[in-house]
Design a protein around this ligand. Structure first.
Ligand SMILES: [Zn+2]
Ligand SMILES: [Zn+2]
Ligand SMILES: [Zn+2]
Ligand SMILES: [Zn+2]
Ligand SMILES: [Zn+2]
Ligand SMILES: [Zn+2]
Ligand SMILES: [Zn+2]
Length: 428
């Protein structure tokens, strides 16, 4: 029995395909049937399955070097266990394997049309990406209606507009359609959808009148030099001809340049304003607090109040602003350090003044102590001499006592002693 050349998968219509993402419990099988796609690339004969005559899907290669779609070879093998090309006996499990990578790559790169083409998607994309496009991005893929109690479908693009499953009358043919289908009807099916332009007499879809007006060659539009004074209304088709003859064409380039310059100026002004605002922000919020603190700190150590506030004049750039700020701070630091020097000098003078009388008193105390010591020694000698005269001491002792007595009887010493006592009476 010959293998079927047209498997039923090949007959699936694009409409069914677009609905397939919604079918539950079919997650295993691919959403997009690659066999039903419309191919844009020219397809190499080697990439066509000999069974289904379509570009290969999941290609398998046999030991006899023939390549088939996986599904095709399985189906054919079930009917007749031979290679469908050369009719040699074929063991499906042992003698077939996945086709080489290069074949997969070539197939992946084939360009196909989005299966939602009939719904208005005109995308052409590599075959390997089409499923991703349909399931995730295509505006025309049908998704469940967002209304919870509505079980119909809408295109992904309309899914954000609420339930569109209510009837409306087509304004062109007076028939009633669901709102969700109206646009498609007016674009493609409505018997009265076409209208011929009153100006250029070409037919256009009524629904897209606005688009035609923008390109109708007979529509009158204003000259491109209108901003510079040309008041002519010219048909779109003769616009370039008019531009060549327009009296304002000389003014045009100058005017354009002026407009450019004006735009540049405006941009610069905006920039300037932005910078000024930023500077004000920095002055008010960022740096005002430390500034007052510094001046207070200086006031504490009684520095003359000459801390000038930061010049509020606008600066040309942020860098310049920071530079000036830095200079101000530097000047403040200088003033602060000179104030510190002054304070230090004052302190050392004060210290000197305070310690000088103490030093004097110390010398006085020392001299008084010396005088007292002499008094004590004189008194002790006096006592010893008195004891010696009484004669209780040994001759050896008396000999030494005589020596000391001689010493004490020195007239210069006694005079000196009395002088010292008179001059510095002991205060302690
Ligand atoms: Zn095939
Ligand atoms: Zn073969
Ligand atoms: Zn699409
Ligand atoms: Zn709905
Ligand atoms: Zn209609
Ligand atoms: Zn027209
Ligand atoms: Zn003109």
């Amino acid at each position: 029995m010959p293998p079927p050349n047209t498997p039923e998968e090949g007959l699936i219509s694009t409409t069914t395909l677009a609905l397939r993402p919604l079918v539950q419990g079919e997650s295993v099988s691919p959403v997009v049937d690659l066999r039903a796609l419309e191919y844009e690339s020219e397809i190499d004969e080697n990439l066509i399955c000999p069974i289904c005559r379509l570009p290969l899907v999941s290609p398998m290669i046999t030991n006899c070097d023939h390549v088939f779609c996986q599904k095709c070879i399985v189906q054919a093998h079930n009917l007749n266990p031979v290679c469908p090309v050369d009719r040699l006996p074929l063991k499906l499990v042992d003698e077939t394997r996945t086709a080489p990578k290069i074949i997969h790559n070539q197939l992946d790169n084939l360009l196909v049309r989005c299966p939602n083409q009939s719904h208005g998607c005109s995308l052409i994309v590599a075959r390997s990406l089409v499923e991703n496009h349909v399931t995730r991005y295509c505006d025309k893929t049908l998704v469940p209606c967002p209304h919870p109690s509505c079980d119909k479908t809408v295109t992904r693009r309309d899914s954000g507009k609420g339930c569109l499953h209510y009837n409306v009358k087509c304004e062109y043919c007076e028939h009633t359609y669901e709102k969700a289908d109206l646009e498609d009807h007016q674009d493609n099916q409505c018997t009265n959808r076409k209208k011929s332009c009153e100006l250029c007499e070409t037919e256009y879809v009524r629904h897209k009148q606005d688009e035609h007006v923008k390109e109708c060659p007979e529509a009158e539009i204003s000259c491109k030099f209108a901003p510079f004074g040309c008041t002519s209304q010219i048909k779109r088709k003769s616009l370039s001809e008019h531009a060549r003859l327009c009296e304002y064409r000389v003014v045009g380039p100058v005017g354009e340049q002026m407009a450019e310059l004006r735009a540049e100026l405006k941009a610069l002004q905006e920039k300037d304003q932005l910078k000024e605002r930023r500077i004000k922000f920095l002055e008010n919020k960022g740096f005002s607090v430390p500034t007052t603190n510094t001046s207070e700190g200086i006031a504490d150590i009684s520095l003359p109040e000459n801390t000038a506030p930061t010049d509020p004049a606008p600066y040309e750039s942020r860098d310049q602003y920071f530079l000036s700020l830095f200079e101000t701070v530097e000047a403040k630091v200088e003033r602060l350090s000179s104030a510190l020097n002054e304070v230090e000098g004052r302190h050392s003078v004060m210290l000197f003044n305070e310690t000088l009388p103490i030093k004097d008193q110390l010398t006085e105390i020392r001299s008084t102590l010396g005088v007292l010591g002499m008094h004590v020694r004189w008194l002790m000698n006096f006592r010893l001499q008195e004891r010696g005269r009484v004669g209780t001491s040994t001759p050896n002792m008396s000999g030494s006592l005589v020596g000391t007595q001689d010493n004490n009887n020195d007239p210069t010493l006694s005079r000196h002693l009395s002088d010292t006592i008179r001059e510095h009476p002991p205060r302690l």
